[in-house]
Design a protein around this ligand. Structure first.
Ligand code: URP
Ligand code: ZN
Ligand code: ZN
Length: 457
């Protein structure tokens, strides 16, 4: 199958220029000012942007949490992602405490097989790792699971002690993997939570009040210091606070190998959401929490000036009607996380590019090219160049969407951006040359997505 996309503006991380794109089979064959070849399908992209498909390196599909599971599986989640202009994801496999890492890898491979409509890779969340099992990390790197997420928060569940963190960092320095850090000070938060509950504070807003910005910034400073001692680069996930961006910027200025990821919710929503009436604030219970509106400016500036390198989603959907309600009488029992796999590219385009906070190229860089570069997928993904996978989106800057739970494709009963009008959305989404979204309709196939064996550093 040959597809020729003509008369569009090809936007990459470095340029935006009028170019035709010829796709042959799975890959991009040519990118030139004018291609006069015949093709099975010719797409007129006049007035539109032709961009590499988005890469979301932070999703939680079909993820168990106690007795419940995130409400999107690999089929519904990747369909929703595709509607939003994303063509690859890197999801988190979660090790069960005391069990081999390889077991979690196999479990997550089974969850995705036959379901994912887009290509997918995995990070591994490491929940414990005695010294005699450190070689399991090396084995995963060889299998293409080249990144490990560690938690400094959630004591008793996900949090690792400093000694284990130090050993994983050291081992990863040697095996060519990468470390993603959930940087929140678990002990400080625990003390604040205990006091809030003892004082009878049970409402959703206390989730945010017990996780102040300093708990994120302090943990980030420590994580960067520990990674520096081990000699391994570190990637700080879901940065929400202005103070955390300052820590990352200062470390980068000193020459530390540290990268930062933020998410659309931290760029456009604020802690005012926790003041919603009744239990509505539970929609926004996520860790770290939404911050005061004043943080937005620092996050946008951080993205524009390369203090932060990636915008992912932390898509972690739980239904309001029967899942978030588990914490109706106790904010600590509200399952943490929010949906966003579908809304990322449009929100960033609308609030970033259209509001002149990000250039077109920077938008592509933080949503596709940098995720590919930092996680061993570049230049196969994240590029519009000969030889790259034909994961291509024809982006219509005039297409409008009003986000709503009644029309979105995520399998969850609320949308954090309900009623918000955004301008800019995909007309056509190709995954390895095959249409997945065409003119607002899903035309892909469950099981068409392939496992992405990612390269080490
Ligand atoms: O509250 C959140 N973000 N839940 C997802 C797990 C995580 O820490 O990324
Ligand atoms: Zn996290
Ligand atoms: Zn997450």
């Amino acid at each position: 199958m040959r597809t020729l996309i003509r008369h569009g503006t090809v936007v990459t991380a470095t340029t935006a220029a009028p170019r035709d794109v010829l796709i042959e089979g799975d890959t991009i064959a040519r990118v030139e000012p004018e291609i006069g070849e015949s093709a099975d399908r010719v797409v007129d992209a006049r007035g539109k942007y032709v961009i590499p498909g988005g890469i979301d390196v932070h999703t939680h599909l079909d993820m168990p949490l106690g007795d419940i599971t995130t409400s999107d599986d690999f089929e519904s989640g990747t369909i929703a992602a595709a509607f939003g202009g994303t063509t690859s994801i890197v999801d988190f496999a979660v090790q069960e405490r005391g069990r081999p890492l390889a077991e979690a890898f196999e479990t997550w491979m089974r969850k995705a097989a036959g379901k994912a409509v887009l290509d997918y890779g995995f990070h591994m969340i490491v929940c414990d790792l005695p010294p005699e099992r450190e070689s399991e990390l090396d084995a995963l790197v060889a299998e293409g699971i080249t990144s490990f997420k560690l938690f400094m928060a959630y004591p008793g569940r996900l949090m690792l002690d400093d000694a284990t963190i130090a050993r994983v960092l050291k081992r990863t320095a040697a095996n060519g993997g990468r470390v993603l850090m959930h940087a929140e000070d678990g002990a400080a938060i625990e003390a604040l939570v205990r006091r809030a509950l003892a004082e009878g504070h049970t409402a959703p807003k206390y989730h945010a009040l017990t996780r102040p910005p300093a708990t994120e910034a302090d943990a980030t400073r420590r994580a960067i210091a520990m990674a520096g001692q081990a000699g391994v680069p570190i990637y700080i996930v879901h940065v929400s606070a202005a103070e955390t961006v300052d820590e990352i910027a200062a470390a980068r200025a000193r020459g530390s190998a540290v990268w930062g990821e933020t998410c659309p919710q931290y760029l456009v929503l604020s802690d005012e959401c926790y003041e919603a009436p009744g239990f509505e604030g539970a929609k926004y219970v996520m860790s770290p929490p939404l911050r005061p509106r004043a943080a937005h400016e620092r996050l946008w500036r951080g993205l524009a000036h390369n203090d932060l390198q990636v915008v992912a989603t932390d898509h972690c959907p739980f239904r309001m009607k029967d899942q978030k309600t588990l914490g109706r009488d106790d904010f600590t029992k509200i399952p943490g996380g929010a949906p966003g796999i579908e809304t990322r590219m449009s929100l960033l385009y609308d609030s970033g590019v259209r509001s002149e906070r990000l250039s077109l190229s920077r938008w592509v860089e933080v949503t596709a090219t940098n995720p590919a570069r930092l996680f061993g997928l570049y230049p196969r993904k994240g590029a519009i160049a000969p030889g790259s996978d034909a994961d291509v989106v024809v982006w219509n800057p005039q297409r409008e969407i009003t986000w709503s739970a009644s029309t979105h494709h995520m399998r969850v009963d609320y949308n954090p951006y309900e009623g918000r009008l955004v301008k800019g959305a995909p007309d056509l989404v190709l995954s390895r040359g095959r249409a997945v979204i065409d003119g607002g309709k899903f035309v892909g196939r469950a099981g068409a997505g392939q496992f992405l064996k990612r390269a080490p550093r």
